[in-house]
Design a protein around this ligand. Structure first.
Ligand code: ATP
Length: 237
């Protein structure tokens, strides 16, 4: 059984169906990526897994438990956390306060300090600037904060929505290498990216979404080598 199983998932906004019956799996320990252009349904899929949207049909299982009728705050306590598109950090709050929000499901103070230390180890700059308002951060630093906040609930599955958006190539590399580190430390990652090249280089598996449907899947390496992917997503051919 895969850690995450998405089965024939359909999600609509009113009459507009954004996700049209997709199925995919994420095995424990893997980095799996969903790639595709604007509007393909990637964000909709992630938000449905994390409980912010409800499917019109289909099912989502996490570690064998059905997720798609569970409220979002409960899904966090089951071990799934999302780092949202656009980061959604709270600019007037300090770095540390933003991180505390990610730990809302925690009741034990000892574990909180431990998690904070782990996040500071991943992103030392967050520790240096822990008392600074998050709104003064660069895009890359805000991305680190959004990922750090998601990691505060100690998720077994991390949902990452477009972490590379708007970042310099150098900062993007930094973020992608952190995804690898998280994987090495035992976190399973579902990564949504428009930057197909960066995502596929890192991913164990990838799925290509086009207007709400999965049109191609394979290992990261297979997809990087695929002519269709190279033409449509890597700007070649
Ligand atoms: P992006 O990279 O731009 O976020 P995406 O692949 O994540 O693209 P979604 O954001 O999931 O795509 O959008 C899928 C489709 O659903 C698009 O056609 C979009 O216009 C539509 N959509 C998204 N959010 C809403 C909403 N709140 N109300 C109505 N339609 C929406």
């Amino acid at each position: 059984m895969a850690m995450l199983e998405v089965k024939d998932l359909r999600v609509a906004y009113g009459k507009i169906e954004a996700v049209k019956g997709i199925s995919f799996e994420v095995e424990e320990g893997q980095v799996v990526t969903l790639i595709g252009t604007n509007g393909a349904g990637k964000t909709t899929t992630l938000r449905t897994i994390s409980g912010l949207l409800r499917p019109s049909s289909g099912a989502i299982y996490f570690e064998g438990k059905r997720l798609d009728q569970v409220p979002a705050h409960k899904i966090v306590t089951l071990g799934v956390a999302q780092s949202p598109e656009g980061r959604r950090i709270f600019p007037r709050m300090t770095v540390e306060e933003n991180l505390m929000l990610g730990a809302f499901s925690r009741t034990d103070h000892g574990a909180f300090t431990e998690d904070l230390d782990r996040v500071f180890e991943l992103f030392p700059i967050l520790q240096e600037r822990r008392a600074q308002p998050a709104g003064t951060f660069s895009g890359g630093e805000q991305q680190m904060l959004a990922m750090g906040r998601a990691m505060m609930s100690r998720p077994r599955l991390l949902l990452l929505d477009e972490p590379s958006m708007g970042l310099s190539p150098l900062m993007m590399k930094r973020i992608m290498s952190t995804v690898k580190t998280l994987q090495e430390q035992g976190t399973t990652v579902l990564l949504v990216e428009q930057n197909a090249n960066a995502a596929l280089k890192l991913a164990d598996r990838g799925y290509v979404l086009e207007v709400g449907s999965i049109v191609l899947s394979g290992t990261g390496r297979e997809l990087l080598a695929s002519d269709d992917v190279r033409k449509a997503y890597l700007g070649e051919g």
